[in-house]
Design a protein around this ligand. Structure first.
Ligand SMILES: CC(=O)SCCNC(=O)CCNC(=O)[C@H](O)C(C)(C)COP(=O)(O)OP(=O)(O)OC[C@H]1O[C@@H](n2cnc3c(N)ncnc32)[C@H](O)[C@@H]1OP(=O)(O)O
Ligand SMILES: O=C([O-])CC(=O)C(=O)O
Length: 379
């Protein structure tokens, strides 16, 4: 039998089918269930997009109302559980706190071990709802405040803003957060979704899959890049320093965070939308320095990187939007997770509906065989 080729980083490997999203990496296009991302960002809501991903079709008005009600019913977290979040060290990264908190939710869920499709669906809705509550509670506790109870009258985005900041958002702020959540909800077989499926394929419980996915998203090559982009902006400090900074980094063969993508070899369409909103908030609220630095980095790095197919990705401009919404830099990646929980759970449900075949690739063995064991005192 011919030896299989090694696909470093699993590049080009297709292990399953999906209807959830399509990424046209050459032309910078993204679709959820066939709907262009621009249309969803403009006209839809995070609740509707979550329904679309879980059910693979847009809801009717009644179906959406029932789904929203279900999300509202699932939002609260028992007081004892929230009290245990208060014991997390404030020195821990919020993604580590989120990972631990989600694991705790599993610990106390009597249905954790039920892997029937119906139970997986119920837990998916519960997790989509609770990720926002948990993230906001962790933020409040780190800041020395009590967590805020969800308000059942508010949309998912508005309620998330309210629980994060202690005040209700303006319609513009609600739309901004809703768009950010829609844009981050799903993205094919990215590293965290793949991680979730790898765990799920062992027939483990959904909390284990999601905890593992949070761990994967945390990495700076994946979701953690949004935090690194803001750190880069802070390091650059002022627009006049941006070109020299970029030239120095590229000369040293260092990476510009928030740029490059395994699939996109053109501009990420999510970055195009986020840039538009970042420009709006920069102009409206005098946050123009961060935005200006990023546009210069994009242009200067682009001179070298664009010809190599390296452009800004979703993580490049999202931080300007998040900080305008009062979200601290170390919470950028948890906010990403609050959106991506919909994609993770949708992929788990889709894979479960198929056959949930065990994911188990191989590595080519390149070591020695039949070596003689030498006792420790003779080595
Ligand atoms: C939500 C998300 O996960 S989006 C991605 C978020 N991550 C980032 O923004 C981190 C910065 N970007 C990167 O590290 C990469 O572009 C990745 C990890 C996202 C994708 O990379 P891969 O497809 O694995 O490509 P790989 O790492 O092999 O890089 C290919 C070449 O492009 C270069 N390159 C890739 N990204 C960048 C970058 N941001 N800045 C400079 N050079 C880059 C690499 O140095 C490499 O060059 P070489 O061939 O001369 O060695
Ligand atoms: O698709 C990827 O590899 C990374 C990404 O952009 C995402 O997860 O949103």
């Amino acid at each position: 039998m011919a030896e299989a080729e090694i696909a470093r980083g699993l590049e080009g490997v297709v292990f399953t089918e999906t209807e959830l999203s399509f990424i046209d990496g050459q032309n910078g296009r993204l679709y959820y269930l066939g709907y262009p991302i621009q249309e969803l960002a403009e006209h839809s809501s995070f609740e509707e997009v979550s329904y679309l991903l879980l059910h693979k079709r847009l809801p009717t008005a009644d179906e959406l109302a029932v789904f929203k009600e279900k999300l509202v019913k699932n939002r609260s977290i028992a007081v004892e559980k929230v009290a245990s979040f208060a014991d997390y060290p404030r020195t821990a990264h919020p993604m580590a706190s989120l990972r631990t908190a989600i694991s705790e939710l599993g610990l106390f869920d009597p249905t954790e071990e039920d892997t029937s499709f119906e139970s997986l669906y119920e837990k998916s809705v519960s997790l989509i709802s609770k990720f926002a509550t948990v993230t906001a509670a962790i933020k409040r506790l780190r800041e020395g405040h009590m967590p805020i109870e969800p308000d059942p009258e508010l949309s998912h985005a508005a309620n998330f803003y309210y629980m994060l900041n202690g005040k209700r958002p303006s319609p513009e702020q609600e739309k901004l957060l809703d768009v950010a959540l829609i844009l981050h909800a799903e993205h094919g077989m990215n590293a965290s979704t793949f991680t979730a499926l790898a765990v799920h394929s062992t027939a483990s419980d959904i909390y284990s899959s999601i905890v593992a996915a949070v761990g994967a998203l945390k990495g700076p090559r994946h979701g953690g890049a949004n935090e690194q982009v803001m750190k880069m902006v802070q390091e650059i400090g002022k627009p006049e320093a941006a070109r020299g900074w970029v030239q120095g980094k590229l000369a040293n063969k260092e990476r510009i965070m928030g740029m490059g993508h395994r699939v996109y070899k053109a501009l990420d369409p999510r970055a195009v939308i986020l840039k538009k909103y970042a420009e709006i908030v920069a102009k409206a609220h005098g946050k123009s320095t961060e935005y200006e630095i990023l546009t210069i980095v994009e242009e200067e790095a682009g001179k070298v990187l664009n010809p190599r197919g390296i452009y800004p990705n979703v993580d490049f401009y999202s931080g300007v939007v998040y900080s305008d919404l009062g979200i601290p830099t170390e919470f950028f990646t948890p906010v990403f997770a609050v959106a991506r929980i919909s994609g993770w759970t949708a992929h788990i449900l889709e894979y479960a509906r198929m056959d949930n075949r065990l994911l188990r690739p191989k590595a080519k063995f390149v070591g020695e065989l039949d070596r003689k064991y030498v006792p420790i005192d003779q080595r």
